[in-house]
Design a protein around this ligand. Structure first.
Ligand code: AMP
Ligand code: MG
Length: 481
């Protein structure tokens, strides 16, 4: 009989040496119930939404062809090295799409594994819906990210500070290989294990590198390039990841592990939302430097295979890591030019952009709405009535007029580069509250619909761009554990 769900699973991760994973079925749950399903993602995976019930999405039913496992990895958490691994996630397998692409299908909250370290292996409904919403918002913003196929409740309670409904999120990723996976290989494996992981990562993400003169250097350089591009994209929309530990940084260049992340309102590089980030290590303005630090850890883990001679390895690693700030800065200024409607490069562009950011900081101006209002040429926007801004605007207009492209083209570029809506913290919270406490997902669904096209500047978006009352308490986020 034809299998309608169209699971087409492979298990290539199992070709790696055994140290990298442990076979682990998801732990069955009491009464799974589907809360939200991403039809677009299901279809792109070649899965039939009608057949894709809570059984599969909770792990109670293991699809044909699956050989579930938990991945081993390590990582620096807030600068401290730890052995980690999937403590509450199970990789079901790799779905091969009708187009031949390979995606990891992972159940987050799927039960205890050998890497659970005393945790219960479970996740709460609020944090899983939050990850679902923010990762889909990041996708809508055209930023590389893991995606969310579904969230189900388990019919079981979990105990954190308070009792919560247990939930499982199905995460879809081009892979779950992390900087921390390489750190694990380097610290706990043999050189052959490390080489096997690097070969696997190359095959999966950077196949061009397989024929490069030094494939492992190629891998290092490409990951650095992708991360430089990714972090610049985060900065352009005011996204604060919140927990940029090395285990939360992918080799693919996708955003992963949406825990205490949130979007900045008023522009301030010191902005931190995470309740546990008391030192501001992962503040908005620190993200590029932290990415550089994490990539240095990646480079270190590759030292044994970059070259036969240690000294040469170190030199290659250092040269590669030193490129990160230049690559990042290049993406940053390109991004800022687009946000300001500038097509060509001029020397003074960085100063022009920084001057605007300084004005925004002085005036505690909302990051998204400032650029949105610039795009719409909205003279009523508070910042635009300040004398400092008028002087800046004059320079900007002269600069814009100096380029060959028309003002209309410049405005279009701005519209495509400055989102009209982002997942505002108060909006996310109210949608979550309604979905979790009132069991009414309507508000979340409307928010998700609006966040699909953040560059549309449509009338439905109007109510979503209002930022919160500045007198409201500082927003705090918590790790989704
Ligand atoms: P995160 O902060 O989500 O990146 O998680 C850090 C580590 O803690 C990872 O190894 C997770 O798998 C593990 N972890 C988080 N929550 C739990 C839990 N409830 N049970 C077991 N392990 C967990
Ligand atoms: Mg993590």
């Amino acid at each position: 009989m034809e299998k309608k769900t169209c699971w087409n699973l492979e298990n290539s991760y199992r070709s790696l040496p055994g140290v990298f994973f442990t076979s682990q079925n998801p732990e069955p749950v009491h009464a799974p119930e589907l809360i939200v399903l991403n039809e677009q993602v299901a279809e792109s995976l070649g899965l039939d939404v009608k057949e894709l019930g809570a059984g599969f999405l909770s792990g109670n039913v293991v699809p044909e062809g699956a050989a579930p496992l938990a991945q081993a990895y390590a990582g620096h958490q807030f600068g401290h090295f730890n052995m980690l691994g999937d403590g509450r996630a199970v990789l079901i397998g790799e779905q091969i799409t009708p187009g031949g692409e390979r995606y990891d299908i992972q159940l987050k909250g799927g039960g205890r594994t050998p890497y659970s370290r005393g945790g219960d292996g479970r996740a709460g409904l609020g944090p899983m819906l939050r990850e679902y919403m923010i990762s889909e918002a990041i996708y809508g913003l055209e930023i590389p990210t893991t995606r969310s196929l579904a969230v189900v409740t388990t019919g079981e309670s979990i105990y954190r500070e308070t009792k919560q409904q247990g939930a499982i999120m199905t995460r879809v990723a081009t892979s779950h290989i992390r900087v921390g996976t390489f750190q694990f290989a380097s610290r706990f494996g043999e050189v052959d294990d490390l080489r096997a992981l690097a070969d696997y990562a190359l095959r999966r993400h950077y196949p061009d590198g397989l024929d490069a003169p030094n494939p492992y250097l190629f891998l290092l350089q490409e990951v650095i390039k992708r991360q430089a591009a990714l972090i610049a994209k985060w900065q352009m929309v005011g996204f604060i990841h919140g927990v940029m530990n090395t285990d939360n940084m992918t080799i693919s260049g996708e955003t992963i592990d949406y825990g205490p992340c949130a979007f900045m309102d008023a522009y301030d590089p010191k902005t931190v939302f995470s309740s546990i980030d008391t030192g501001g290590r992962y503040a908005y303005g620190n993200q590029p430097a932290i990415a550089g630090w994490n990539l240095a850890r990646f480079a270190e883990s590759l030292l044994p295979i970059l070259h036969d001679e240690q000294e040469e390895s170190l030199k290659l690693a250092q040269e590669a890591v030193m490129e990160f700030p230049n690559l990042y800065e290049g993406h940053w200024i390109d991004g800022m030019r687009s946000k300001l409607g500038l097509f060509n490069d001029e020397e003074g562009d960085r100063a022009l952009a920084e001057e605007l950011l300084n004005l925004m900081e002085e005036n505690q101006s909302d990051f998204t709405n400032t650029f949105r209002s610039l795009t719409l040429d909205n003279a009523d926007y508070a910042l635009f009535k300040t004398p400092g801004f008028s002087a800046w605007k004059e320079k900007w207009e002269i600069r814009r007029n100096r380029q060959g492209e028309s003002m209309e083209a410049s405005q279009r570029l701005m519209q495509n580069s400055n989102p009209s809506v982002i997942p505002r913290n108060h909006r996310v919270e109210e949608a979550l509250q309604s979905a979790v406490d009132q069991e009414d997902p309507g508000m979340m669904e409307r928010l998700l619909a609006v966040l699909k096209n953040p560059y549309a500047y449509s009338s439905e978006q109007e109510e979503y761009y209002i930022h919160p009352n500045p007198s409201s308490r500082p927003y705090r986020t918590f790790c989704g554990t």
